[in-house]
Design a protein around this ligand. Structure first.
Ligand code: NAP
Length: 458
């Protein structure tokens, strides 16, 4: 994929970039290693001051960078600004909390292991390569970068090829805030250039947010090199609605949960599993709201849904839908891409989905919802868990016993009850099964790329 900004609302190429040469990559890896040797020795207070300065800059520049985000990947300007604000909040969270999260942890009974004192110390491990997707072009990066830098690691970013200006902005942001030049560097490289970076001994670990093939490739190379990885991959989150749910609220949240970020979120609710007693009513409320959304220019206030980020992304949705319709699915609303420039796709709901359809098993990365009618809670759980993914999940019920069963039995990295799956700096974020492994955010996230060193004193 060429490294270029292409406006998905028009198809116009805005700017193209040459990938870095081998010599330039070498210079950057050397700089990362040199910086790590001193950066790791800085205090939490020193790092926190720089992180807060970067957060302040980002807040001040929120509108400008939001315009860049919207032009490169099509999210609405309002949601781009909200994303920038969320990044600044996440940076301040780790500036405030990293020292506590990574403080020495004394073992309560050292004499049990023959020691006078024993503890766990969290130490940085070096340069971490972050392979990142375009869908939240700032937040995906920042939820890696803020904890990594606060832990004393240095970051290398291989961003998605369609958001190079966001990638360059992030490097520049940290530099202008006063971070040393090698603390956070953007590598404008193709996916094919990732392997040599991963195999470089100066790179200690990698994190991938993206598709299964990207995760498989990076993890197998890192496996070969015995390097730590965290994988945040795809999802096809269930959204279960039981009879006790507040249907109006559930339907309103369901629309947001499916259509946030133009439907291109790993933790978007994608499969709506509705108890038969409330199926008709929920479906009416849900499809009415979906059909009322405004699709159009993401720069314009009042637009709910902008274009799909890439032409291929829209083709993928159209193919999933065509396969389902050919095999008997019913389109309840939407379904036809508009003529004209830009890769727009209308909010679409599909019923009568069967396991023979690709849409049943594959991730729909756009505003395309599938609806399932189920007779009871066991059936709801069975449909919800009949997926190779396990990222987020949502269930709506006010019955405490049902809540407990969903919390316990949904196979996912997160269960949100009577609400919509979202990422928060305070909560661990990640998946199971083919959605990946490891966690980002919270105390768990910052420890992923630390040497959790055991210290035993006789
Ligand atoms: P993608 O094609 O996998 O791209 C993600 C990143 O991986 C890009 O930087 C891409 O570079 C790179 N990449 C692709 N193939 C690679 C390979 N073989 N080796 C090394 N790097 C490679 O995914 P996407 O289409 O941008 O993003 C959508 C996917 O990401 C969805 O499945 C979504 O669910 C998932 N996602 C997951 C999370 C999560 O937290 N779990 C969050 C957001 C998105 P190029 O752009 O140069 O190809």
């Amino acid at each position: 994929m060429a490294i270029a900004s292409v406006n998905p609302a028009t198809g116009a190429v805005l700017k193209s970039f040459d990938p870095l040469s081998a010599e330039e990559i070498e210079r950057r890896l050397a700089r990362a290693a040199a910086t790590f040797s001193t950066w790791r020795r800085t205090t939490f207070a020193e790092r926190a001051a720089l992180m807060r300065a970067a957060a302040d800059l980002l807040d001040a520049e929120r509108r400008d960078i939001a315009v860049t985000m919207t032009s490169e990947m099509g999210k609405t300007l309002a949601s781009a600004q909200a994303e920038a604000a969320k990044c600044a909040a996440g940076m301040r969270f780790y500036a405030d909390r990293a020292a506590g999260f990574l403080a020495d942890e004394p073992i309560a009974e050292p004499s049990d292991v023959g020691a006078s004192r024993a503890l766990v110390r969290y130490q940085p491990i070096g340069a971490v390569l972050a392979v990142m997707p375009w869908n939240f072009p700032l937040w995906q990066v920042m939820r890696f970068a803020a904890p990594a830098l606060m832990a004393g690691n240095v970051g290398l970013l291989k961003h998605a090829s369609n958001v190079p200006q966001c990638a360059l902005y992030l490097e520049d942001l940290f530099l202008r805030a006063g971070f040393p030049a090698g603390a956070f560097q953007t590598l404008l490289i193709s996916a094919g250039q990732v392997e040599s970076v991963l195999r470089d001994p100066r790179v200690a670990a990698a994190t991938v947010t993206g598709s299964e093939p990207a995760g498989q490739s990076v993890a197998s190379i890192c496996g070969d090199e015995i390097k730590k990885t965290v994988l945040e991959l795809g999802g096809s989150d269930p959204f279960v609605v039981m009879p006790s749910a507040d249907l109006e609220r559930a339907a309103a949240v369901a629309v947001t949960a499916r259509c946030q970020n133009n439907g291109q979120s790993c933790i978007a609710a994608k499969r709506f599993i509705i108890h038969e007693d409330v199926y008709d009513e929920f479906t009416r409320l849900f499809t009415e709201r979906l059909a009322a959304l405004t699709v159009g220019d993401p720069m314009v206030e009042g637009t709910d849904i902008g274009p799909i980020a890439t032409e291929q992304g829209r083709v993928d949705l159209e193919e999933l839908l065509a396969d389902a319709v050919a095999k008997g699915a019913t389109v309840l609303c939407g379904g036809t891409s508009p003529d004209g420039p830009g890769w727009f796709f209308p909010p679409t709901a599909v019923a009568d989905v069967t396991p023979a359809m690709r849409l049943h098993l594959e991730e729909a990365f756009g505003p395309l919802a599938t609806l399932y009618r189920v007779p009871d809670l066991d059936a709801a759980l069975a449909v919800a868990n009949a997926t190779s993914f396990g990222l987020g999940s949502n269930a709506w019920t006010t019955d405490p016993d049902e809540q407990e069963r969903f919390a316990d039995e949904l196979v996912a990295g997160a269960v949100f009850l009577n609400g919509m799956t979202a990422s928060h700096p305070q909560l661990p974020f990640g998946g199971v099964r083919r959605s990946g492994y490891g966690r980002e955010l919270s105390a768990i996230g910052i420890r992923e790329f630390c040497n959790q060193k055991t210290i035993w004193v006789g």
